[in-house]
Design a protein around this ligand. Structure first.
Ligand code: PBG
Length: 328
């Protein structure tokens, strides 16, 4: 057969494949989400997230040291708030001695150069499991934004390098930016969860933090009045562009794998780094299939991480970060 161009020459063996590979993964690609609980000596596996744990502060210190030794440079902190500290207004969120504030200090003490990001939203603090304050059956935008700005300041005061508002309220990026600047925290960064969809893939995360919306009369059953409709694509572009205009240093698309069309469009639309959150349900699906012997765990994990990066992610928040880095 006369064929001048044979594409398979570029795939003959692993050497040539490595030389022409378009996408690479390094430890610098990752943000590691970490779940923190009160107590001592606690390293509790999350049932719907096999091999993923909630850590008390002592174990948190150990974990971040290990991450740092692997070359991982960024963590994203979440706290499981004891029930008796929850209310509708998220009062505990701005307690200078709250679990989040102590967790930030713990990480900074253990690994001073680790970039510490914190989740900013009221759901772990809310008796109703919503990201904002509820009034007359509705998640109120503006009062919520005001507490989110205070929460952000409180995290930065405790030593957080970046805040990551995950609430999807309108105007929160601008208000957080102005509030941080007013107190001279001009170097504190904002990673906006800009295109965050109302996804069923957050289930295991809500188990981990006991933060699911409650099933009570006059309380919204889901987060669809603030998180995005998964049928929409253009809306994601609007959200990221507005967040960049409001001062976001980085934007995020979430979840990951089933939203890679959005990731690519967002990457093409903005000139700030784009992060992608491979969420708890994505992790759980891979774990479950692997446990059943239906999929090859490491192969599918790497394939999905590469796909997220190929789609346009500059950074990936992933529960697989440590496993991937160990495999590299
Ligand atoms: C809090 C928050 C959620 C996640 C990140 N921040 C849950 C939610 O919005 O309900 C989900 C992360 C995951 O599923 O891994 N607002």
């Amino acid at each position: 057969m006369n064929i001048l161009r044979r594409n398979r020459r570029l795939r003959v063996n692993e050497t040539i494949r490595a030389l022409v590979r378009e996408t690479t993964i390094t430890p610098n690609d990752f943000i590691v989400p970490l779940f923190v609980v009160e107590g001592l000596g606690i390293r509790a596996e999350i049932p719907s997230m096999p091999n993923y744990y909630r850590y008390s502060l002592d174990y948190l210190a150990q974990e971040v040291k290990e991450l740092w030794s692997l070359g991982i440079k960024s963590v994203l902190l979440f706290v499981k708030v004891p029930d008796h500290l929850k209310d509708n207004e998220g009062t505990e969120a701005i307690n200078p001695d709250g679990l989040m504030q102590r967790a930030i200090k713990t990480v900074k003490e253990a690994t001073p150069d680790m970039l510490v990001m914190t989740d900013v939203a009221l759901d772990p603090y809310s008796i109703y499991g919503h990201d904002g304050i509820i009034k007359n059956g509705v998640v109120e935008n503006d009062t919520t934004v005001s507490i989110l700005a205070q929460m952000s300041l409180s995290h930065v005061r405790a030593g957080a390098d970046w805040v990551a508002p995950s609430d999807m309220m309108d105007g929160r990026i601008e208000q957080i930016r102005l509030f941080l600047d007013k107190y001279n925290y001009t170097n504190a960064g904002i990673m906006a969860y800009s295109a965050k969809y109302a996804s069923a893939l957050y289930g295991p995360f809500r188990d981990a933090l006991d933060s699911a919306p409650v099933d009570e009369q006059d309380i919204p059953k889901d987060k669809k009045t603030y998180q995005m409709d998964y049928a929409n694509r253009l809306e994601a572009i609007k959200e990221v562009i507005m967040d960049v205009e409001e001062g976001a240093d980085m934007v995020m698309v979430k979840p990951g794998i089933v939203y890679l069309d959005v990731v690519r469009e967002v990457k093409n639309a903005v000139n700030v780094p784009v992060s992608v959150y491979q969420v708890s349900g994505e992790y759980a699906m891979i774990k479950a299939a692997a446990q059943n012997g239906w999929l090859d765990h490491d192969a599918i994990m790497l394939e999905q991480i590469y796909a997220i990066k190929r789609a346009g992610a500059d950074l990936i928040a992933s529960y697989f970060a440590k496993d991937v880095v160990k495999l590299l």
